[in-house]
Ligand binder design. Structure first.
Ligand SMILES: *[C@@H]1O[C@H](CO)[C@@H](O)[C@H](O)[C@H]1NC(C)=O
Ligand SMILES: *[C@@H]1O[C@H](CO)[C@@H](O)[C@H](O)[C@H]1NC(C)=O
Ligand SMILES: *[C@@H]1O[C@H](CO)[C@@H](O)[C@H](O)[C@H]1NC(C)=O
Length: 480
């Protein structure tokens, strides 16, 4: 590992180019069959991704990162915040069982951050976590300190970028949202005192999704368009403008020295007209080249630590924010790449390395029987299949939107069948469906075959109750 890292460094230096330093990626597991963590570890290594951010602290998953050198950010779900705020014993137990114990096993897990809650101040939560998240943060850091880990492992709170804004005046008018300003000031100062980072999730895609008039080129990194003039500084992309708005907000909070880490950033490939592989490729290409240059933003020059969102698609996530929510993966559900991404930031058009040795269920599909002619009568079946399966790829602008009505129905049947691990009962639909060995995929539209998952299924069940990490409403934001 160490030798490999030296080699990469030398290679980048010799070619007088730059590389993306310590790139991170989020890995969520709200899927019918999450990838086995052992394949994920290999994927990260193969793509030279050095850091992973998880949404929980599941023992079995975390253990797979022991001895790999990969830096791990653990998550504490919002649902646990009340307990973590009220009951210090629980927090101590958590630090012992879910953190300290991992530092010993098999060479140890390289735990770096504990993400306390996830976007707890989203307006959609109506203040539900406002009273508990800061006490929970303090308790976690205190327990880490008492366990002698506080210098190495930092607690922080991943925030949605809607916790600050600047109206139309540009980044220098940035400040924390009025309704939570007091608590945000306290949190920012606490992070500052503890040498912990401020973690923020940034989504240019959601600005486009929310607002048809949002200037498209401002979401990317190639300049063009009007941009935003703020005093002497001209902003040509939302990433810079957004981070600098945060920088101003932190300054006004008396915490100008807090390090900013981007906890999530990415582009989805399905579920909306602006969500496709071409735009995702363009976004990542621009972002990664920017990161490799270590230019930073006008007010945050230099290296910026970033976690991409996300590693794989998650087909059981809540679609309350939009159908795109299940398609954030750079990789598909089975760990295979969707489009070229050069993680080194050199801008080369190359496919990422996909997951190896993934095992699939039998190559078979569930489809509408040929002798069913009255397609209107299938509406009930289709609604049922889509409500429990995943039909988001059929939506407008998505890869399966151009299917015939027959194939639409087959697509829905197949998703339901696959997500139920190809159980024979899941391919009945009152006698309208049959199992076939014929691959019904059509052009860009993939009829998937489920993978065999080592990950326990109840994981997906538990997590799907948690409201999705990014509610689109907010983002819009800062500038418009
Ligand atoms: C700690 O680990 C246990 C065992 O995997 C798990 O059940 C629990 O949910 C974890 N706690 C948190 C807060 O993630
Ligand atoms: C297929 O289903 C999608 C989503 O329900 C719908 O938008 C589309 O119009 C349907 N296509 C046909 C040919 O019925
Ligand atoms: C089905 O066909 C699609 C597109 O042609 C292909 O990508 C996929 O690998 C095939 N699936 C199987 C299980 O052969």
């Amino acid at each position: 590992m160490a030798r490999a890292m030296v080699l990469i460094w030398v290679w980048c230096a010799v070619l007088a180019t730059t590389c993306v330093n310590g790139l991170g990626v989020n890995w969520g597991t709200q899927a019918s069959s999450p990838l086995d963590p052992k394949y994920v570890v290999q994927m990260l290594k193969d793509n030279k991704i050095k850091k992973v951010k998880l949404f929980d602290s599941d023992h079995w998953t975390v253990n797979h990162f022991a001895g790999t050198g990969i830096e791990v950010a653990l998550g504490i779900p919002n649902l646990n915040l009340k307990e973590f705020s009220d009951d210090y014993d629980t927090v101590q137990d958590y630090v012992k069982e879910n953190v300290s114990d991992h530092l010993r096993d098999h060479g140890g897990v390289n735990i770096k951050y504990i993400a306390v809650g996830n976007e707890p101040f989203l307006k959609a939560y109506k203040g539900k976590f406002e009273k508990t998240v800061f006490p929970a943060l303090k308790n976690v850091q205190k327990a880490l300190n008492e366990a002698g880990l506080g210098h190495k492992i930092k607690a922080t709170i991943p925030q949605n970028a809607d916790v600050y804004n600047s109206g139309t005046a540009g980044p220098s008018a940035g400040n924390f949202r009025a309704d939570i300003r007091d608590v945000m000031i306290k949190i920012s100062r606490f992070l500052d005192q503890n040498n912990s980072p401020f973690m923020v999730n940034i989504y240019p895609f959601l600005s486009l999704y929310e607002n048809d008039n949002f200037p498209v080129e401002f979401a990317f990194f190639e300049g063009g368009g009007q941009g935003v003039q703020d005093g002497n500084i001209h902003y040509t992309n939302m990433f810079d403008a957004n981070l600098d708005t945060l920088k101003y907000s932190l300054k006004k909070a008396g915490a100008s020295n807090v390090k900013i880490v981007v906890g999530e950033i990415g582009w989805p490939t399905n579920g909306h007209k602006q969500a496709n592989a071409k735009m995702a490729e363009k976004f990542y290409n621009g972002l990664l080249q920017k990161l490799a240059s270590s230019k930073g933003t006008p007010l945050n020059p230099g290296y910026i630590e970033v976690y991409l969102f996300s590693l794989t698609d998650e087909n059981t996530k809540s679609v309350a924010p939009g159908y795109f929510e299940r398609h954030w993966g750079i990789f598909r559900y089975d760990g295979q790449p969707k489009y070229p991404v050069d993680f080194s930031g050199q801008g080369n058009e190359k496919m990422p390395v996909g997951a190896k040795h993934v095992k699939y269920m039998p190559h078979q599909w569930c489809v509408l029987k040929d002798d069913i002619k009255n397609l209107k009568s299938m509406k009930g079946n289709m609604d049922y299949a889509c409500s429990l399966g995943d039909c988001t790829s059929l939506s407008y602008g998505s890869t399966c939107n151009k299917l015939s009505e027959r194939k639409n129905i087959s697509y829905a049947f197949n998703m339901y069948f696959q997500m139920n691990e190809q159980s024979v009962e899941a391919c009945d639909f009152n006698g309208a469906a049959k199992i076939t060995k014929q691959n019904f995929s059509d052009g860009e539209c993939l009829f998937p075959v489920e993978i065999i998952s080592g990950a326990r299924k109840e994981l997906a069940g538990i997590l799907s109750g948690v409201v999705s990490s990014m509610m689109m409403m907010m983002m819009l934001m800062v500038l418009f």
